[in-house]
Design a protein around this ligand. Structure first.
Ligand SMILES: [Ca+2]
Length: 275
């Protein structure tokens, strides 16, 4: 049996199309307004986001540009460093040379390790001479544009096998007795055939004329000058390092052989390294 409840008919809401329409319009207006608000907010957010994104991109671009610039600077520094440390083109500037222009330097000839040597003289078209403008001091002035030329037992233009061999120089250092552990040879401006190939280095704590006596010297190094592969003119071989535990105040550098049969030996620099 269906149950019913008592309803107050008088109080029932009446149907009014206009009222519904107004409500719908109101609702639509509210939705439209809400949509406009949402649209405005989204638009603002998009604009703000775009501005922030653009600003961030600009910052990244500036940072990238700055990084690229820094990289270029680093690369430039590296290139400079490479040039400075290229020991085949320049004297090594990272190590202080032990020979200075104030040291006493003599050119010698008829000189072989452990044996006596003879003082060379400025050139007068004889034997045992070095070029007038290319004296032994040129080999130790720190300038690869100046060279030392010694004709040995030959006259200029002799072009005899052995010319330039058994020539060299000895140095009495004013700084005292350093421990030499390396040397470096640089080429002259011309004639690659004059480059020293096999060389010797001896040390002594004698001085003066005693340095012409072979027994005054102790052998430190015999071997390659590192110019066997021609580095070019006005270029240096790498520093030849060797073990040495003895300090000497004087050093004798001699040439055993040059690259080709020519009339002399030449080199622009001899530098000793150590401490
Ligand atoms: Ca020089």
């Amino acid at each position: 049996m269906m149950q019913t409840s008592k309803v107050d008919v008088q109080n029932l809401p009446t149907y009014n199309p206009s009222t519904r329409s107004n409500r719908i319009c109101d609702l639509a207006s509210k939705r439209k307004l809400t949509c406009m608000i949402y649209f405005t907010i989204i638009t603002i957010l998009i604009v703000v986001g775009s501005v922030i994104s653009f600003y961030a991109s600009s910052k990244r671009l500036k940072k990238t540009a700055k990084s690229t610039s820094s990289s270029s600077v680093v690369n430039e520094q590296f290139e400079v460093t490479t040039i400075v440390t290229d020991t085949r083109s320049l004297i090594n500037k990272d190590l202080p040379p032990l020979i200075t222009p104030n040291d006493t330097i003599y050119g010698v000839y008829e000189a072989f390790m452990g044996y006596n040597s003879t003082i060379a003289s400025p050139y007068t078209n004889g034997t045992g001479q070095y070029h007038l403008d290319e004296s032994p001091s040129n080999a130790c002035d720190g300038n690869i544009a100046t060279k030392y030329v010694n004709f040995g037992l030959c006259a200029a233009d002799a072009h005899i096998c052995g010319c330039g061999s058994q020539t060299g120089l000895h140095i009495e250092l004013k700084r005292g007795a350093p421990l030499v552990t390396g040397f470096q040879i640089c080429t002259g401006d011309d004639y690659p055939g004059r480059d020293p190939i096999l060389v010797t280095l001896e040390g002594s704590n004698h001085s003066g004329t005693d340095l012409l006596v072979g027994s005054s010297w102790s052998l430190i190094y015999v071997g390659d000058s590192d110019l066997k592969s021609d580095p070019g003119r006005h270029k240096c071989g790498t520093i030849q390092m060797f073990p040495n535990s003895n300090r000497y105040k004087s050093y004798r550098f001699l040439i055993l052989s040059v690259r080709q049969v020519l009339d002399c030996a030449q080199y622009s620099e001899l530098q000793l390294y150590g401490y």
